[in-house]
Design a protein around this ligand. Structure first.
Ligand SMILES: [Zn+2]
Length: 305
């Protein structure tokens, strides 16, 4: 398998295979997706969840797609909080089977750059901590906007050049191949995008040191305090040390024409799919896609003979 830092040199298929292999091998219910509650050391993910839910609280949506949904943690949180119908795609078939098993969500293996939906299928299309890992960020954004008739929301780390990350935190080693400085974000998301950011690490070292060792309920209160402090004073112009690990929270309108039904479509041509035993077949281009344990695999396309 290619190391994360060499992935930029891979072709589209090689890249997706490498990501799938690596996600399948070690990414199981990790701290981005704490199905059993947040690990004390994972509080920046907790703060991110709070920021995401707070942004979603001002939006109106009945259907949502999570691009890079892993085991469906955020789909579950958003469904429970907002009552939205949640769909998800990811590259890791292992994680998707787990999402299916845990929550019964409609999930499929697909690339973020080739989404298996008709135009305008969802009110909200979101992706958290994924776009920094994809080969073609521009295409991923275009695809997210295509399948959204409402809003697209993306979170991703602010580039190290534009922020103060932990000195030993090597984004590249974590498989981040895109770096989002302000100019890049504006260029990729366009003039219509609303660019926000939030701190997803501690503002006050004391809060971290104490808060990490508290039981879950009390720890949440400390993390909320940290979030409040960093939201109030944690601006680039007026820093409280250590201010680290800032994340973008970007929203941009979808541009999906029409109102696609909530159903899987051929990722290659967006035509309807016919259900066959253990596979889906495109009614237009005749490509077939296997279905295993209720999870379609759009990455494994075959051309019918
Ligand atoms: Zn097709």
């Amino acid at each position: 398998m290619a190391e994360a830092r060499d992935r930029e040199a891979l072709s589209r298929d090689e890249f997706a295979s490498a990501v799938r292999e690596s996600e399948n091998s070690h990414r199981s219910e990790h701290d981005h997706h704490p199905h059993g509650g947040y690990h004390p050391a994972a509080f920046r993910h907790y703060v991110r969840e709070r920021a995401l839910l707070s942004a979603l609280g001002s939006m109106s949506f009945a259907s949502v797609l999570d691009v890079g949904c892993a085991e469906g943690y955020f789909m579950r949180v958003i469904r429970d909080r907002f009552g939205a119908e949640a769909w998800g795609v990811d590259l890791s078939d292992t994680a998707l089977k787990r999402a299916r098993e845990l929550y019964g969500f409609p999930v499929a293996a697909a690339e973020a750059t080739h989404l298996p939906f008709a135009d305008g299928s969802f009110d909200l299309v979101f992706s958290t901590e994924v776009i920094e890992h994809v080969l073609d960020a521009e295409l991923m954004i275009a695809e997210m906007r295509r399948v959204s008739r409402g809003t697209v929301l993306v979170t991703t780390p602010v580039s190290q050049s534009a922020d103060e990350h932990e000195p030993d935190f090597d984004l590249k080693a974590e498989g981040h191949i895109n770096n989002f400085d302000p100019a890049t974000v504006r260029r990729l998301f366009g003039p219509e995008a609303t660019l926000g950011s939030f701190r997803c690490n501690a503002t006050l070292a004391m809060i971290v040191a104490v808060g990490r060792h508290l039981p879950a309920g009390m720890r949440d209160a400390f993390y909320d305090l940290d979030h409040a402090v960093s939201s109030r004073w944690g601006t680039p112009a007026n820093r409280i040390k250590p201010l680290r690990n800032r994340d973008w929270l970007i929203t941009v309108p979808g541009d999906g024409n029409g109102e696609g039904a909530l159903e899987w479509r051929c990722p290659a041509c967006h035509a309807a799919l016919a259900e066959k035993p253990d596979l889906l077949q495109c009614t237009n281009c005749t490509r077939t896609y296997p279905v295993e344990s209720g999870v379609p695999d759009f990455f494994k396309a075959s051309t019918a003979t």
